[in-house]
Design a protein around this ligand. Sequence first.
Ligand SMILES: Cc1ncc(COP(=O)(O)O)c(C=O)c1O
Length: 446
Amino acid sequence: MDRWIEKDLKYVWHPYTQMKDCETLPPILIEKAKGIKLYDNKGNIYYDTISSWWCNVHGHNHPKIKAAIKKQLNSLEHILFAGFTHKPAILLAERLVSITPEALTRVFFSDNGATAVETALKMSFQYWQNIGEKRKIRFVSLDNGYHGDTLGAMSVGGVEQFNAVFSPLFFPSFKAPSPYCYRCPMGKERASCNIDCLKPLEEILKNNGEQIAAMILEPLIMAAGGMIVYPKEYLEKAAFLVRKYNVHLIVDEVATGFGRTGKMFACEHVNIQPDFMCLSKGITAGFLPLAVTLTTDRIYYAFYDDYEKRKTFCHGHTYTANPVSCSAAIASLDVFQEQDTINKISKTMPVFQEGLEKMRDLPFVGDVRKIGMIGAIEVVKDKKSKSVFNFEERIGFEIYKKGLAKKLLLRPLGNIIYLFPPLCIKREELVYVLDNFYEVIKDIEP
Ligand SMILES: Cc1ncc(COP(=O)(O)O)c(C=O)c1O
């Protein structure tokens, strides 16, 4: 075994990894990356079809973002963000306010997706406390929703596989069925349903609205919960319902933000004005950790008062608004503008989505889901009954290994095999990825 890998296995504990698996499939040592390709220490190439956990946007090693980081390092690497500020954070906040829904006017910085979510939950909670609505202490969220791995974010999460062992630690929250059309919780068919899964949500809001501070959801696609793409009408109507019952709406755009769904933010596909928006991952185009929680003036001014009134938001993280990360984020927004990225992907999207659609007829493909530059296959044992492979069969792990053999970095979510490539993917690269993805899915053997 390579001495670096020996050392890795001696000292490192990797996330979401059964370390015992590394005895037979050790981690791959990546030495450099460019565009959508990763290069290991043995000269192998891997196509980063999942944008390195959904954060890479313009490709690895992008010269413009790298230059912005280097430039920033010449003047200021980091300072505390209370009582002090810096130009990269100010400029980034201004830019984000100008491109997100109109009602969002204030930017609170943190450093990863889960912290952006924790911030939104705590802000919403304290908003109601500050204005004297003391009973509003609960949240509503969706089955199969995912908002990060900290305990608050998990309390409003709904992915059984991740949550089960930790559930005794969670705060109670209301869970509404998810708009999972392929496995409709209401037993309906999308073609004839009237978004009936909104009814249980409305019941929860009607019966408990006075106790609920906010609803949190991932707009249009529940990503980690199974790449569940859902109808726009669900989002629109859920936004209407929360307003009706005086409940905040938190949109978690950590995965969907920055062009992923074909628009800069998934919210733009519908006409909604959330009270909070959480952004991270793609914000720095995959270069450095950074996150923001955007909110409205209405929320902001409920905290703005004389110190003695105890309305201050006592929350923050050491690396909040790191100037180098903020500079990377500004450079990424510049690349979006200069390269007209959103317009460009509107031309890539049809090729991507048609390629995925071709897989529908393969033997173990139960469903094909797609939005923007996200595409997923739900693998089933039997198409008719939609029965799933057993957990012990580890179908996802087998597909991961088959992907590597074809130079594809795939990271299935159980029985969901997906593509989430950097937006900069070139046509010939896309063709390579789709052709080989097809071969991998075709070769599935139970
Ligand atoms: C929608 C959503 N929210 C929050 C998170 C958590 O982000 P992080 O892993 O940066 O904490 C993720 C991560 O996958 C996510 O997809």
